[in-house]
Design a protein around this ligand. Sequence first.
Ligand code: GTP
Ligand code: SPV
Ligand code: MN
Length: 587
Amino acid sequence: MEISNQHLLAWVEEVRRLCKPEQVVMCDGSEAERERLVKECVSAGELIALNQDKLPGCYLHRSAPHDVARTEQLTFVCTPTRAETGTLANWMSPEDARTKLTALYDGAMRGRVMYVIPFLMGPPGSTFSKVGVEITDSRYVVLNMRIMTRVGAPALQHLGDSGDFTRCLHSLGDLSPERRFICHFPQDNTVWSVGSGYGGNALLGKKCMALRIASYLGRKEGWLAEHMLVVGVQRPDGKVRYLTGAFPSACGKTNLAMLVPPQNFAGWKVWTVGDDIAWLRPGPDGRLWAVNPEAGFFGVVPGTSSKTNPNAMEMIRRNTIYTNVALRPDGTVWWEGHDDPPPERCLDWQGREWTPASKEKAAHPNSRFTVSATQCRSISPEFDNPRGVPIDAILFGARRRDTIPLVFEARNWQHGTFLGATLTSETTAAATGAVGVLRRDPMAMLPFLGYDVGDYWQNWLDVGSRLTRPPRVFRVNWFRTGPDGNFLWPGFGDNMRVLKWVIDRCDDRAAGSETCIGTVPARNALDRQGLDLKDAALDALLRVDPVEWSQAVSAQAEFLVNAGDRVPPAIRAEHARLAARVREALP
Ligand code: GTP
Ligand code: SPV
Ligand code: MN
């Protein structure tokens, strides 16, 4: 492909000299390019062609066994001072990072092809949208980026002669975690990643650019880059309201984004705008507007079934790249939670013989599908709208066995910002490390902050102050358990019942009951038609226990100290107010 942008050409030449590839290929996003890459991947063993009758256009990729999730401890924000990065993200000085990584990139592409991928994040023709260019030596990365972003002409058109693009450099290196670094240089609009071929470590448009770099740009330019799903919820009268949801990794964004309402919700429909990332800006009308910068879904596979997510099941039957799932003898795929029972035998995610007697899981818990948004039957007609969609409600959700009710509403934007700021969740397989450990994850952005968290919260407050019709803010928790350890709430499609209460609150037509933490649904305000949920279970789901909350308030105080000295006074004030209300509620 012919590229005339001098800034881009100069950068490509600079990287070529450093990485010393045998060949440089400019990616254009064409079908011919896809066919060529797939063919090369299949013959090199980087992709396994699946049964093309049953799963047309589908392939399986197995990543290196130690390269199956984001590695947060190897991810750095490289600002001139440590204070700019703040206390929650890992910091490395830009000089150290450049020295270390230059040595790793030097000659790293010898004998290999260097691919140059111009990509657009956001709809073509939108003021929201930003251009990135990823240089990589991984064909798998190219194939994924082609699905996850708008590659080629849309990017080059948006860029024109400008040098304003995020420079994303990626090399597989030797895939060793010892020599793996994911470094962000917000001031230089640059990402350098080496040593991993997996997801958020390697598809640099996603977490690296669209969250870490974009959050920094958003602060400079007065907008928000968030780890959020975006959906339109259509009522039986045809009115659609849009809401976003910030949930930590593997806590239910994709599932909520593609929700199919239960049977007795005739006339209700959920439209998918995005499942992972939202860019939000105040509009001239004083409302908050959102776009999904991505073009596809990189979704968690385990647990996906016709019961939990029928839209996704239908979507991933064709033109899908599967990563780290199990392979059945007939060339189809399987995973824990699949519609089909465990196969008598298959190959696990590492290609080893597996039977139901095997101790390990057949699919990796963080195995993923990559698929174009155009294949999603619930995709919103507004998906490509350059103006975005106006947001009426923001949900903060996370995995909590206890303390947090199924849903409650914040008093206002500032209180809502505080709810997001103090979000805690049990860790999941989406990142390496222990699973099920409770940790603070402000706005579900802990692993994706591009600058100091106190400044980040201030940006939320500043954006809110420019809104005359700010979204209402809610906290949700699908994961509260009973004494038997089982989830109290059925979740998935039944989450529609919570969405309905949220939408009705926005219309001032759902009853709430005030508590010390916010407004929970009144006893009969949550639609339970067709759901076998006993009063006692509902009470347990909605219970606000002041004793549990007084412990939570102490833990929050500690966190607000650790968050550094740039925590906005308004956030501390919200904490003090909560503490006082909880104290009053104590028996
Ligand atoms: P990332 O792509 O990592 O950002 O994850 P995500 O937030 O999109 O999470 P996803 O929707 O893929 O769900 C992750 C896991 O949570 C899957 O195993 C789901 O089956 C499970 N899950 C999602 N929604 C619910 C729910 O409502 N209830 C319960 N119990 N589990 C859920
Ligand atoms: C997440 O971990 O939040 C993901 C997957 O969405 S990854 O692209 O690997 O970050
Ligand atoms: Mn995510």
